[in-house]
Design a protein around this ligand. Structure first.
Ligand code: COA
Length: 321
């Protein structure tokens, strides 16, 4: 046995709140349609003076402070993002610079779209195990307003900016998070062209296809994680689903008979923040004192790629050095 547990979380979201009415000034849409089809009321977008790095640093500092871990104790720093401020240096290298992480800390960015935080969590568990380092910083950060097509009403209502971070501790006697990860290699239903393709780097999505994919991917991940951990749904203390659409979350809750107090939603406030979505939920849950050491949290993500992932995450008090 060996694995990681979360010992601290933090979030950093932009100050500017964008309402559904604000978006209805740009495209032909309305409050009723957006709320009933997605569950989103507001989202945060970066404004002048803010960068996704500033949100990332705010989240990382909060997570370190809550964990009581010094920057120089961090052995790995992974930033899951598809929208870093710069391609080189990576966001993770900028976190290393700004926070003063050790020179031998392994720092890199990772893109698995909205499943990125789970890919980063699993990669961190593997890296810490192989290097015998104790602490990892796992971040999800996105500036989706920058790649939003403001002429496309079916997508521009959905996305928000922000960053969430978790400090994890690796120990021989912690269980593995038992991550289930995969992808379909689909380049059709959800795309963001790169900078050299000659096409504007904006999100395009066949929403209904993604919705159908998500409705299948979520239970697949829940079932696989439960099977690997030999648990039943009622053994799980909290379910955290990627915040892409309230109807997808509600469908999963209904399928597994999960009582409302075991599912947390903040999509109404932040919209879909891709890789930041899951750590934003984890940070709010911990701040509100709703997750306790030993609680089992089943986390599920899905997104472009098409990627999916699930894991069983536990929180712990930090072990004194
Ligand atoms: N306001 C008003 N009407 C809108 C609208 C908007 N913002 N966007 C689309 N519509 C219209 C469409 O034009 C269509 O009209 P029509 O029937 O006259 O052709 C109608 O609403 C239904 O469109 P559809 O795309 O079928 O809606 P939907 O119920 O599938 O909801 C999404 C659209 C995007 C909200 C939904 O598909 C979704 O959330 N998909 C998953 C997205 C996701 O998770 N993406 C990220 C992956 S991590």
């Amino acid at each position: 046995m060996s694995g990681i547990k979360i010992v601290g979380t933090g979030l950093g979201v932009p100050n500017r709140v964008v309402t559904n009415a604000d978006i209805a000034n740009l495209v032909d849409t309305n409050e009723g349609w957006i709320v009933s089809r997605t569950g989103i009321s507001t989202r945060r977008h970066l404004s002048a003076g803010e960068t996704i790095l500033s949100c990332t640093l705010q989240a990382a500092r909060a997570a370190l402070a809550q964990a009581g871990v010094r920057p120089e104790e961090i052995g790995t720093c992974l930033v899951a993002t598809l929208t870093p401020d710069m391609l080189v240096p990576s966001a993770a290298c900028m976190v290393q610079k700004e926070l003063g992480l050790a020179h031998d800390a392994v720092c890199f960015d990772l893109n698995a779209a909205c499943t990125g935080f789970l890919f980063a969590l699993h990669t961190t568990e593997c890296l810490l195990k192989s290097s015998r380092k104790k602490f990892g910083l796992v971040i999800g950060a996105e500036n989706l307003s920058r790649i939003t097509d403001w002429a496309d009403r079916s997508t521009c209502i959905l996305f928000g900016d922000g960053a969430g971070a978790a400090v994890v501790e690796w120990r021989e006697d912690f269980p593995s998070i038992e991550a289930v990860l995969g992808c379909h290699g689909d380049d059709r239903v959800l795309r963001v062209p790169g900078v050299e393709t000659g096409v504007r780097s904006l999100i395009s999505m066949e929403g209904t296809h993604v919705f159908k994919f998500a409705i299948q991917a979520v239970p697949y991940c829940v079932d696989e994680v439960l099977r690997r951990c030999s648990l039943a749904p009622e053994d799980v203390d909290f379910f955290v689903f990627h915040q892409a659409n309230e109807r997808i979350i509600d469908a999963a809750a209904k399928r597994y008979n999960i009582p409302p107090e075991k599912v947390y939603k903040n999509i109404q406030n932040y919209g879909n923040t891709s890789a930041a979505s899951i750590p934003l939920v984890l940070a709010e849950l911990q701040t509100q004192g709703r997750i306790h050491p030993g609680d089992r949290v089943l986390v599920v993500g899905f997104g472009g790629g098409l990627t999916w992932g699930g894991a069983l995450v536990e929180f712990a008090e930090r072990t004194p050095l």
